[in-house]
Design a protein around this ligand. Structure first.
Ligand code: PLP
Length: 219
C-alpha cells in the first residue's frame, strides 16, 4: 500500500465537510512530501522539535495542526507555523497561547481537548472547565475557540468508543447552543486510524489519521 493510495482510499470514505488531518509524527519529511504530492494539505504533528525541523523544509501551503502535548516553553517553536493547535489541554497552556497571540497581534486557532474515557492519561479538560473557559471567551483576544478535540478510550470495544464520541458530540452541541455568539466554534475533531469510521457517525470536522496512512511510526 502506498501513502498516496491510502490517502485516496480514506478520503473516499469521508463525507463532505470532514477534513483529513494526516498525522505525520515520527515520519520523515519525504513521507509528508509523498502525501503532499497526492494532494494532502493538512498535516498533524505532536512533537515541537520534530515539527519545527520538518516544517522548515516542507511547502509553505501546508496547514499544520499541532495535536500533541505542548509545554509553554515550546510555544515559539510551534505557534508561528501552525494553522491550529488542537490539543489545548490546560488553563496554563491556554493562557500562554492567548498571551502570545495578544502580543503578536494575532488570534491562534485552537481546539479545547476534552478528557475522555477512563484512561491513565489525565490529558484534557472536564466538561465544566470547558464551559467556564467559553463563558470567559470575551477575555481571550489572542485565540479563536474553534471547537473541541478528543481521543476515545484505547480499546477494541466499539460500545465504549461510541460512548466517548457520543459524550464529546453532546457537549459540543450543548456549547454551541449555550454560546451562539462564538460563531467560530464549529469543529469537532475525533477519530484516529482505528476508530475514525465510528467517529464519522458523530459529525466531525476533522479526523486525525496517522498509521493507516504512513504505516507504523519509524523513529
Ligand atoms: C498520534 C495521534 C493520532 C493519530 O493516531 P493513529 O493511530 O496513528 O492514527 C491522532 N490524534 C492524536 C492526538 C495523536 O497523538
Amino acid at each position: 500500500m502506498s501513502i498516496a493510495s491510502e490517502i485516496k482510499r480514506i478520503k473516499s470514505e469521508l463525507p463532505q465537510g470532514v477534513h483529513l488531518v494526516a498525522v505525520s509524527k515520527f515520519h520523515p519529511a519525504e513521507a509528508v512530501m509523498e502525501a503532499y504530492n497526492a494532494g494532502q494539505r493538512i498535516f498533524g504533528e505532536s512533537r515541537p522539535q520534530e515539527f519545527a525541523a520538518k516544517c522548515k523544509v516542507l511547502p509553505e501551503d501546508i496547514q499544520w495542526h499541532f495535536i500533541g502535548h505542548l509545554q509553554t516553553n515550546k510555544l515559539k517553536l510551534v505557534l508561528p507555523y501552525v494553522s491550529m493547535v488542537q490539543s489545548v489541554d490546560s488553563k496554563r497552556l491556554l493562557d500562554a497561547i492567548n498571551a502570545w497571540g495578544v502580543k503578536e497581534g494575532r488570534r491562534v486557532n485552537i481546539l479545547l481537548e476534552l478528557h475522555l474515557g477512563a484512561e491513565e492519561t489525565k490529558q484534557g479538560f472536564t466538561a465544566e472547565e470547558i464551559n467556564d473557559i467559553l463563558a470567559d471567551a470575551g477575555n481571550c483576544q489572542g485565540v479563536f475557540f474553534r471547537g473541541l478535540m478528543g481521543m476515545a478510550t484505547n480499546t477494541d470495544d466499539e460500545a465504549v468508543i461510541r460512548a466517548d464520541f457520543q459524550r464529546i458530540a453532546a457537549l459540543y452541541n450543548k456549547l454551541r447552543d449555550t454560546y451562539p455568539e462564538l460563531a467560530e466554534f464549529t469543529a469537532l475533531s475525533i477519530g484516529m486510524s482505528h476508530d475514525y469510521r465510528i467517529a464519522l457517525d458523530y459529525n466531525p470536522a476533522y479526523v486525525r489519521i496517522g498509521t493507516a496512512i504512513f504505516g507504523p511510526r519509524v523513529y
